[in-house]
Design a protein around this ligand. Sequence first.
Ligand code: FAD
Length: 342
Amino acid sequence: MSPAPTLEANVSLRPYNTFGLEVTARWFARFASVEELRALLALPQVQAAEKLVLGGGSNLLFTRNFEGVVLKNEIRGLEIVDQDEETALVRAGAGESWHGLVQYALGQELSGIENLSLIPGTVGAAPLQNIGAYGAELKDTFEQLEALELSTGRLRTFLGPECGFGYRESVFKGPLKNQFIVTNVLLRLHKQGRPNVRYGDIQTTLQDMGIEGDPTPLHISEAVSSIRRSKLPDPAQIGNAGSFFKNPEISQAKFDELKAQFEGLPGYPVPGGVKVPAAWLIEQCGWKGQRRGPHGVHDRQALVLVNHGGAQGQDIRDLAYEIIASVREKFGIELHPEVNIM
Ligand SMILES: Cc1cc2nc3c(=O)[nH]c(=O)nc-3n(C[C@H](O)[C@H](O)[C@H](O)COP(=O)(O)OP(=O)(O)OC[C@H]3O[C@@H](n4cnc5c(N)ncnc54)[C@H](O)[C@@H]3O)c2cc1C
């Protein structure tokens, strides 16, 4: 029998959001298994309340106190559940840290997620926005996930095509938003490293590290980690949630029109159009490094909004809306937040 779940009242969420915002949850509880989660969901206060499942709080902006129940996912477990000559199927509990899973894979000499090294947060949140970095996305190795349906308490398995993965998108952010809690994720990883070094500065960083010939997954992980440390602010030092906006995708015609006007406009072909770096657009509007008292735009990465200490979530949200409006006015391009605004 699992112990009775405990609900704590009026809990500070400051340690649980990487913006470091001082907000509270009316109710707060942790669960480390599906049984504990079901027991929590059966409590009358929980049934009646708005629910928020929380992983590492690295993709959330709280603009007010949360008046419902925060359910902190602490389901652990990392294991190889099946394998053949070329691949291994790894199951990870949704409350494991994502980077912990990357390190586990590296320890087992498995490849496929090394380019996603050092992304903060939990395994369970990774499918929500199909996390991606340095030329890789979760969907590239994704096999299936299990999730508990809030309305029925039943577990359901979702295979890749049912997850509707796109660029920082999935059905769990779209039509099935707030309906399922991911409890575990299965990834199919490779025994023979297939290095993916095409993106960003990976190649030059490997050279700087003195790596010649085919890099191992561990080398790539180290290169990606070193690039990320040099480019992104550490939430332990300065509150942030990584890229605040998605990179917008526009039509080729719109891109050509803008390119005639703004010569330096960068763009990368994607199916159906061109992806434009939001950071460039924001920088061109003069936002990079702007500071409004305790909050602002990071001085080395225009895509990252920051809490220098003591900021309010509403102020960061309002700044984001101002940035969206100025990019719309200058370029006629609509930016969309990647961060979940609560
Ligand atoms: C410095 C920094 C760098 C980052 N770099 C990247 C990057 O390179 N690529 C990238 O894609 N992202 C990046 N992010 C964003 C973030 O790390 C990812 O989105 C991550 O997957 C969020 O995980 P989390 O556990 O912190 O989610 P949380 O912030 O706790 O939650 C995010 C959303 O997912 C929901 N959720 C969480 N867990 C579950 C679950 N088990 N079941 C159902 N819903 C759930 C929450 O309710 C919320 O809506 C970065 C963030 C930071 C701070």
